[in-house]
Ligand binder design. Sequence first.
Ligand SMILES: *Cc1c(COP(=O)(O)O)cnc(C)c1O
Length: 430
Amino acid sequence: MENISVNSLGHLTFCGMDTLSVARDFGTPLYVMDEVSVRKECRKFKDSITEYYDGKGLVCYASKALCCVYMCRLIAEEGLGLDVSSAGEIYTALKAGFDPEKIVFHGNFKTDAELDYALENKIGRIEADGFGELRRLAALAAAKGVTANVLLRVKPGVDAHTHEFIQTGQIDSKFGVALENGEAFAAVKEALSYGSISLKCLGCHIGSQIFEIEPFCHTAEIMLEFAAKIKNELGYEVPELNLGGGFGIKYTQVDTPADTAECIKAVSARVKAKCKELGLDVPFIMLEPGRKIVGDKGLTLYTVGEVKEIPNVRTYVIADGGMTDNPRYMLYQAEYEVINASRADKPKDSTVTVCGRTCESGDKIGEGLKLQQTVPGDILAVLSTGAYNYSMSSNYNRIPKPAAVFIKDNRIITAVRRQTLDDVISNDVL
Ligand SMILES: *Cc1c(COP(=O)(O)O)cnc(C)c1O
């Protein structure tokens, strides 16, 4: 992570601030974001599209990675678009004053009420994830007397980690319509038959935490070949191509993600070359980074509650948070780097399991973690928790959700306040 260091007291600093002071002033657990770095990443994406793709594109931040009004405002200020996947995310964006024209509404199932809500609010692009949704969307738009601007989600059949075109692998996905069995082509044909639908965009999203550039290039080519088939056989040129997100970040030392600018440079070149080869106009392009914008731009601070040493078994370092604010280890054994922020100048000479406080044995932040000698009261920093942490948090065991703060120019701004006990029972009928 950038902007972390150790001060003369041996404390971990983040963006020049002593994390122990931040923890004392705002309480723990606490999500802490580096606003300057988030904005820098946004500009990197935007500037790369300008430089390598003649500005003919829109970078949409995938809000599910970290969604709150503050974050939506920041993204609007940076001139990016926004991905949403529920009425809740749309509502958050609209509350932030986000331009609906720059919002893309994704998701493998959207209720009629949500589709109506999106049409009502003139959301820029609404994804049709399959035939059923396409038909519902066409009917709902027709009933309203409006045209839905649609993105058709395609399964390009690419395995992001081998970048092979897989005949069977990718077809088993709950998202989108498949290319290889003709489903996607049939969906395009059907979309073009509806007066209430304007097919604006072909979209895909091949996975997440992808380190290499080639899968994106390879996918773009497959999608363009599909666009060419549509043009040749149906006489319609789909004007936009959405390549999704999935740009990887560094969680631990073993991760080696590609540089954003390098990736966009390569993809741009390949898209232009392929369009020339196929006789297509260069499409307006959309990219949807989530993790890359926020993931390694934030950390979580915890207070160590207890340390339980089980001789010859393991040592549990028990934090005052856990799966309720970060379920990623439970979900998919996600790995993190953990630092004892109170003793950041000391060597990491112990091996521990950092666990949470809920009534679940699986509630862990990580196992086999290298950590400084740790005692109750120490502050722990778990790095690169900016994405898919707050947005995946829960109130299990009726534990209040933590606050989220942004550091900017030596100021700390509360973006999401800590839940109170009254918040926890706020929907209970008393
Ligand atoms: C989740 C998702 C993204 C963002 O993925 P990241 O790995 O966070 O970049 C983008 N587009 C779609 C359609 C998604 O579902």
